[in-house]
Design a protein around this ligand. Structure first.
Ligand code: MF3
Ligand code: CO
Length: 252
């Protein structure tokens, strides 16, 4: 069931979203070669504590951390570990969620650590971020879910990259994952109609190679089957009659 949110509920989601944006920005600033992915988990927990929100991912279907850190061929759901060291030139995707007064925010960004040396990785970042923003631009009252996915897929494939199909965006609000699913592929004019007060997470995952993925031994981490590099950008947004409102942004 798709639930619509009131303006007050969306304000609570906006606070949850602000803290998500703050975490992701600080992680991007502070990630340096030689750090472990667990160092990023600790920074995340510290900010969430200070800003008075709960981590949304920790304990979600048994997930053990507040943050997902996925490197290079890892697409999503990399589990922070003291043994996993981040290297110069790695493409790192960080994904996190928060809960404030019962309402959720969810967002992700990808970036290169240290000196970028691989132009294809930089292109992947640009295309994935822009794919998210193109998807958001279709999140208009009266459009359908398929309009979002179709725009994302068309843009990504025009750059000779692939959208991951096994993982999708989602409704969000009182739960991390609500109806509807928001795929990063599909057909125009298909799927449910978008209405004012719907809140969704739009999160393209894009690879430089094939869209096929597999799950690692830890039962969480998603990697591309061909081990090509992947990136992930996500915003939580509210559908508004004046256009999409991004909730996972920094406070103005
Ligand atoms: N951001 C991921 C997703 O959107 C959430 C990860 S699942 C978790 O939907 F288990 F890590 F929480
Ligand atoms: Co999400």
């Amino acid at each position: 069931m798709v639930t619509l949110k009131t303006a007050d509920e969306i304000s609570l989601m906006e606070y949850a979203g602000e803290v998500v944006a703050e975490v992701l920005n600080i992680l991007k600033e502070r990630t340096k070669p030689g750090m472990s992915t667990y160092d990023l988990e600790e920074i995340t927990l510290e900010i969430m504590r200070k800003r008075n929100v709960k981590p949304a991912f920790k304990g979600y279907q048994g997930y053990p951390a507040a943050l997902c850190v996925s490197i290079n061929e890892e697409v999503v759901h990399g589990i922070p570990s003291k043994n996993r060291v981040i290297n110069e030139g790695d493409l790192v995707s960080v994904d996190t969620g928060t809960i404030y007064k019962g309402f959720f925010g969810d967002g992700a960004i990808s970036y290169i650590v240290g000196k970028p040396e691989d132009p294809r990785k930089e292109e992947l970042l640009k295309v994935t971020e822009k794919a998210r923003d193109i998807g958001i631009s279709k999140a208009l009252v009266g459009n359908r879910i398929g309009d979002i996915g179709n725009a994302i897929q068309t843009y990504v494939e025009s750059h000779n990259m692939s959208v991951i199909k096994d993982f999708v965006g989602h409704g969000i609000g009182r739960q991390l994952h609500e109806s509807p699913q928001v795929p990063n592929f599909g057909e125009k004019d298909k799927g449910i109609e978008l209405r004012e007060g719907m809140t969704i997470a739009i999160e393209p995952m894009v690879s430089l190679g094939s869209y096929e993925v597999e799950i690692e031994e830890n039962n969480w981490t998603v990697v591309t089957r061909d081990r090509s590099c992947a990136a992930h950008f996500e915003h939580t947004i509210a559908i508004n009659k004046d256009g999409p409102r991004i909730l996972t942004h920094l406070p103005l």
